[in-house]
Design a protein around this ligand. Structure first.
Ligand code: COA
Length: 275
């Protein structure tokens, strides 16, 4: 658990709405925002998960609200946003976290499989931004799109999510420029491998995760609270002139490759050449 460098009331009076907020990285974001005073609303497909998450966050002394719904359904997005504004008064921060993923080679992925992921990750993000706009315009609010680093390179078995998240990043830049004049900031967070999440269970099954750590410059997985702190930073006045930027929080993972030869071989070669 990351210790916050921020005062615990910096988001007091703000209302954050988080899609997929009941579990994993998005619950980490919800918890971090609530720990700094924000009231929290959540939308997701599993109402029992949302209810449990809200009960836990209420213990932090903030107001909570949840509404079941699927971000693929524009009417459900609108209904959840309207219900939140009614229950909590307004919306200052919209976090688009709802996502779907699985490993699959593109040559066997069905068109509907590809479409399903693009519908959740990209179209769902658009739906929420589209219907959240009127509320965020009123509060000079902030959108945080949860992205990924998969599409910065060619990541095997991830064509569907890479395409969707590249679209999400394009939306982040576009909406930042179109809605900046209304006082709305639009940013993204691109998490790397975050331990103990549904995403990691799906993308790094069995002992593959342990092997993956050796190739991460910081040599560990991230924690959901570290993504949460990135969100708190973006929501804080420390980031008031930042918009259109997607903050990578991945321990340096996407920047590097495994060494071409083992270090011992390099040392042998050096010993030879240096005499
Ligand atoms: N490999 C290949 N194709 C798959 C698949 C897999 N592991 N899982 C689902 N699909 C395909 C299905 O076969 C179907 O295509 P078809 O109609 O051509 O057969 C299509 O995707 C939709 O599947 P369905 O199970 O009906 O979708 P859903 O809406 O119930 O679930 C998913 C959406 C598939 C993304 C599901 O994994 C999900 O709900 N994920 C949410 C949680 C999550 O992924 N978290 C990690 C985020 S990083």
């Amino acid at each position: 658990m990351t210790i916050s460098p921020f005062r615990s009331d910096i988001l007091k009076g703000k209302v954050a709405f988080i899609t997929g907020g009941g579990s994993g990285i998005n619950f980490g974001v919800a918890k971090a925002l609530a720990s700094h005073g924000a009231d929290i609303a959540m939308m997701g497909r599993r109402e029992d998960v949302l209810e449990k998450a809200c009960t836990e966050l209420s213990k932090l002394g903030v107001k909570t609200f949840f509404k079941g719904g699927d971000v693929r359904n524009p009417e459900a997005c609108l209904a959840a946003l309207d219900a939140t504004a009614h229950a909590l008064g307004k919306i200052d921060i919209l976090v688009n976290g709802a996502a779907g993923n699985f490993l699959c080679p593109p040559e066997v992925l069905s068109p509907n499989g590809f479409k399903t992921v693009v519908d959740i990750d990209l179209n769902g993000t658009f739906n929420m931004c589209r219907y959240g706009y009127k509320y965020l315009r009123d509060t000079h609010g902030l959108i945080i799109n949860i992205s990924a680093t998969l599409h910065y390179v060619g990541t095997p078995f991830q064509a569907h999510v890479s395409a969707a998240k590249a679209g999400v990043d394009a939306l982040t830049v576009n909406l930042a420029t179109e809605w900046g004049p209304e006082g709305i900031r639009v940013c993204g967070i691109a998490p790397g491998p975050i331990g103990d999440t549904e995403g990691m269970k799906r993308l790094a099954p069995g002992d593959t995760g342990e092997k993956m750590k050796k190739d991460i410059p910081l040599r560990r997985f991230g924690e959901t609270s570290e993504i949460g702190m990135a969100a708190v930073f973006l929501a804080s006045s420390a980031a008031s002139y930042i918009t259109g930027h997607t903050l990578v929080v991945d321990g340096g993972q996407w920047l590097t490759k495994p060494p071409m030869v083992p270090r011992s071989m390099v040392e042998q070669m050096m010993a030879k050449s240096l005499g």
